[in-house]
Design a protein around this ligand. Structure first.
Ligand SMILES: [Fe+2]
Ligand SMILES: [Fe+2]
Length: 408
């Protein structure tokens, strides 16, 4: 597995990017959540029951919905419930500092749906892998997929056994956060298979060479395997590899651009942005993790993600090299503003703003959120932007002028 990672042509992001980002990168990224971030506040039992009923009625299958389709009462309940979870988390951290464990961190099934509706930039867990569909621009509104529940229990159980994954005597809070983390990754990875399938089809229709489209189709297979691998960790932690889907929008077609340019926009967003960030985050996590079956699993995923990022960078370089369109780079730079904003929003929503990691958390894949956010910023500013600039794209300006993508 180590061999595969190092045998790939070098990706722009590497594990060397781990650690504290320079101050300039932090400043450039504005990676902290806004000042209106939640204030922890507990609900009474009665309020909790009322809000849970409203949330259940709004998200009956736990899948996300666009914020504009969520009634205000449900949005208010999501926010109240999130503040309640934060208050419990703070209580538990305080008790843990005093040597008390065993309180556990409740699994909040509607967390993903509520956080999506609130566009909330914060999380207790570290679940940003699995590239989401790129953002759309203009009037396009891709249809929202209604995928089935992600139930990988049987195959994940088998995988946990065959990989020798087992965890003993875990801190209870660390265990519950680890379950939520790996379950979130399971869903993101599993659903990103559809992104690569759609991307392969789009590039095929746009006339890209078969070698590229075949690799993209292969990435879809790998992402499903990653979902199973993450589910195997959930099962090994004593929980079930079963969760509601995120329910992402379809891959945008970008009808305002030529088929080839539309495909390049999506390739940029998926491979050059999201997957490059994934390489950095997974590489950093892997360095913190002691040797063992979980690190081997992570190394396998990391090697694949390097391949996913690398294909995008190579295909983008080759497509730009043969293009005789003098305005292509500038137009891609305009799309980059939206793509960067969507990337930042996605990553920060799925990385915790907290720095605390429960005892034993690093060995389970839990992250120091501030460190991960700083690494995200450094990867964009020091790796992605310079690499795009070398290809002639105005990436520095696009990052500086990143603009919130429209809801789609
Ligand atoms: Fe993956
Ligand atoms: Fe990937």
């Amino acid at each position: 597995m180590e061999g595969k990672a190092s045998a790939e042509p070098s990706a722009p992001a590497t594990d060397e990017a781990k650690g504290e980002a320079p101050a300039s990168a932090n400043e450039a990224a504005t990676a902290e959540p806004p000042a209106d971030a939640r204030v922890a506040s507990k609900l009474s039992d009665e309020e909790l029951a009322r809000c849970d009923a409203v949330i259940k009625q709004t998200f009956p299958d736990g899948a996300r919905k666009p914020a504009e389709q969520v009634p205000k009462e449900a949005l208010d309940c999501c926010m109240a419930r999130a503040r309640h979870e934060d208050a419990l988390y703070d209580d538990r951290l305080e008790r843990a500092k005093q040597g008390e464990t065993g309180s556990g961190l409740a699994e909040w099934e509607a967390r993903s749906a509520c956080c999506g509706a609130l566009s909330w930039r914060g999380s207790m867990t570290c679940t940003p892998w699995g590239p989401p569909p790129p953002p759309c621009v203009g009037d396009e509104r891709p249809t929202r997929a209604s995928p089935p529940r992600v139930d990988l229990r049987d195959v994940a159980r088998e995988t946990a056994a065959s990989r020798g994954l087992a965890f003993a005597a875990l801190d209870v809070d660390a265990r519950e956060l680890a379950i939520a983390t790996w379950r979130g990754r399971m869903v993101n990875e599993h659903e990103s298979a559809a992104v690569f399938e759609a991307l392969a089809g789009q590039l095929r229709r746009a006339g890209f060479e078969r070698g590229i489209t075949a690799q993209l189709a292969g990435f879809a297979v790998e992402e499903r395997e990653h979902g199973i691998a993450c589910g195997a960790v959930v099962e090994a932690l004593g929980a079930e590899a079963d969760a509601p889907p995120v329910g992402q929008p379809a891959l945008p077609e970008h009808p305002d651009a030529s088929p080839r340019e539309a495909a390049l926009r999506n390739l940029l967003s998926v491979c050059c942005l999201s997957e490059t960030v994934a390489v950095a985050l997974i590489g950093a996590e892997r360095l913190e993790m002691p040797a063992g079956p979980l690190r081997e699993l992570l190394t396998r995923l990391w090697a694949d993600e390097i391949g996913h990022a690398n294909l995008g960078w190579r295909a983008l370089r080759d497509a730009l090299a043969v293009s005789d369109d003098p305005g292509l780079r500038a137009r891609l730079g305009v799309y980059l503003r939206v793509a960067f904003a969507a990337l930042e929003r996605h990553e920060l929503a799925l990385l915790p703003a907290r720095a605390e990691v429960p005892p034993g958390g690093a060995a389970l894949g839990l992250c120091d959120g501030r460190g991960a956010r700083a690494l995200f910023a450094a990867t964009v500013v020091e790796v992605i932007v310079p690499a795009l600039e070398r290809l002639g794209l105005p990436a520095r300006e696009a990052w500086a002028r990143r603009a919130a993508p429209p809801p789609c």
